[in-house]
Design a protein. Structure first.
Lengths: 257, 312
């Protein structure tokens, strides 16, 4: 395929992905807005007002970046895992497999679809958060780079999950039993400084700690870990996930007989 | 390397193609066949014979274990994307997103082949109209009847105007009227230069449409010839004869085997070397007035069964 033909194929996949999640917006966009509003009300306003400052900021200001990042992570992941597994389940993935579309274009189409949903939900959640607190951006570069890198990484992770999934149960196991606990223990609601040294060190094995702290640095200018190190970790994981996803597509694992 | 477009190059050339699955089952045991450009080719075989595996390999849905496949001179091992551009596939099972509308299903497929949006929309309109689905273009795929879903898959397969169209059981579950309409459409397409490979369980369909045939059984090609040549090898044909009056109870014909279907209908078996005129003369001598006669339309079926039995 020529480069232009590849672009056409990519934009076709992307348009299909965007139309899919917009068509079912009550399932894809609305839940995050409602859930995050509840977080803002309960943890930010009701409980947060009694907690006091954390890291030099009000508790509400402290949790908002983590909650926005939480929405990005879960939505980027779940968009790709549900869409790609769905196309495997109804065999419509064969439409792509029989076509001359290169595998990297297929992967990019799904991943960018997941990234756009993640960004759209992040925008919605950010707008909701403005009802509860004022947001100031410390570093726009860190915010933008962190958001894109994180959503790409978790969209790729969702793709890998979808390739190996055999049933709809399999696509909910990882978000429920892996992603959610890692997010909650990733410093969304607390600073690692509050933890004993041992648990603070253990927490640094959690990749979500870097995701949350990089974004928090971009918004508030404070973080429990080095932002450079956080980006290096995220970039490294993204490269690994991309390489592995390409391997799965090229080898036809769980896609071709 | 590729010599695509050359008229002498077969549309499909398969050499010593093998497929063994992880559980050890050998689905294809080294099959070889050629389908010439412009041909209407039937690939027949019982369930599990290896037809869909063969098609799956050609379309990259199944990985081969060994052998070579060339599509219009392009080896799938060296340039599979180039080979895929020549192929349109209509699979046996419905494999489109049931929640997308008909128009999107077709235009998306065009996009996967790199067709610009404007051209994709024009082609979608052309083929949806040709297949009688234009009024359903905004309907979701799940709302279509079985026959419409099959026609949708044909429109989708044609949207990039492939030179080789592969149809895996395209008329399964389709009513007779719609099947005839689909036959006419495929004949017209073939007359326009598209090579068509068809697998079907309706042998009447292969006989009506195809010029050449390969019969596959247990992963091996047991016959690869022209339909006409195959039928010439039939040693026996059965004719159904309708009489104007009730047939005599003691009716018999020397040298011919008869079977009384009902009071006015008779089946006559004519062996190779016998003449139908002799049968008519004998019927006339016994006072039977023949008002109509037709060939029993399962000639290929008889040959098919014979070949499979002899290969077993």
């Amino acid at each position: 395929m020529t480069l232009h033909e590849q672009y056409v194929a990519f934009s076709t996949i992307l348009r299909k992905e965007i139309r899919r999640f917009l068509r079912i917006w009550p399932q894809t966009l609305l839940p995050s807005a409602i859930t995050m509003s509840l977080y803002f009300v309960i943890f930010g306003s009701l409980i947060g007002s009694r907690i006091g400052e954390m890291g030099g900021f009000t508790y509400m200001e402290f949790v908002v970046p983590g909650l926005i990042m939480m929405a990005i992570v879960t939505n980027s992941y779940s968009n790709v895992v549900s869409s790609f597994f769905g196309s495997k389940f109804n065999h419509s993935v064969e439409e792509l497999l029989v076509s001359p579309t290169p595998n990297y274009v297929i992967l990019m189409g799904y991943v960018v679809g997941g990234v756009i949903r993640g960004l759209l939900v992040a925008l919605i959640v950010t707008c909701v958060s403005l009802f509860f607190t004022r947001l100031q951006i410390h570093s726009m570069f860190v915010v933008v780079f962190g958001v894109i890198l994180t959503s790409v990484l978790f969209a790729l992770a969702g793709f890998i999950n979808a390739v190996f999934a055999n049933s709809f149960d399999d696509i909910s196991i990882v978000p429920t039993f892996v992603l959610t606990p890692l997010i909650y223990l990733g410093g969304v609601f607390y600073s690692l400084e509050l933890l004993p040294d041992f648990w603070a060190a253990v927490s640094k094995l959690n990749p979500l700690v870097y995701v949350v702290n990089a974004f928090r640095y971009g918004v508030l200018g404070v973080a429990d870990v080095s932002v450079g190190f956080a980006f290096a970790m995220l970039g490294g994981f993204a490269v690994l996930a991309f390489t592995y996803s390409m391997y799965l597509l090229n080898s036809g694992t769980r896609l071709r007989q | 390397m590729a010599v695509s477009g050359a008229e002498h190059v077969p549309a499909l050339r398969i050499r010593d193609l093998r497929k063994a699955y992880a559980n050890g089952f050998e689905a294809l045991k080294g099959i070889s066949l050629e389908v010439q450009q412009g041909d209407f080719f039937a690939l027949l075989g019982p369930n599990g014979a290896g037809k869909s595996t063969t098609i799956g390999i050609v379309c990259s849905l199944v990985d081969k274990s060994a052998g070579n496949v060339e599509v219009h001179g392009i080896d799938i091992d060296t340039d599979f994307p180039g080979a895929k551009k020549y192929i349109g596939i209509v699979p046996q099972e419905f494999n489109f997103n049931l929640f997308e509308n008909v128009f999107d299903i077709v235009t998306n497929q065009a996009g996967y082949y790199g067709l610009p949006r404007k051209l994709a929309c024009e082609r979608a309109e052309k083929y949806l109209k040709a297949l009688g689905l234009w009024d359903k273009k905004d309907v979701s795929g799940r709302m279509l009847s079985g026959g419409m879903k099959r026609r949708l898959m044909i429109a989708r397969a044609l949207v990039h105007e492939p030179k080789l169209l592969i149809l895996d059981e395209p008329t399964a579950g389709v009513d007779i009227e719609m099947r005839r309409g689909m036959w006419d459409f495929l004949k017209e397409l073939n007359a326009g230069g598209t090579t068509i490979i068809l697998t079907t369980h309706y042998l009447e369909e292969a006989e009506a449409l195809c010029r050449n045939i390969a019969i596959i059984n247990h992963g091996e090609i047991v016959e690869n010839t022209s339909i006409r040549g195959l039928l010439r090898r039939l040693h026996r044909e059965v004719f159904i004869v309708d009489s104007a009056d009730t047939l005599p109870m003691d009716l018999s014909l020397d040298d011919f085997t008869l079977r009384r279907v009902d009071d006015c209908t008779l089946e006559i078996e004519v062996e190779k070397g016998q003449h139908l005129n002799d049968a008519f003369a004998a019927l006339d001598a016994q006072g039977v007035r023949v008002v109509s006669m037709r060939n029993r339309a399962n000639r290929l079926e008889e040959m098919f069964v014979t070949l499979l039995e002899s290969a077993a």
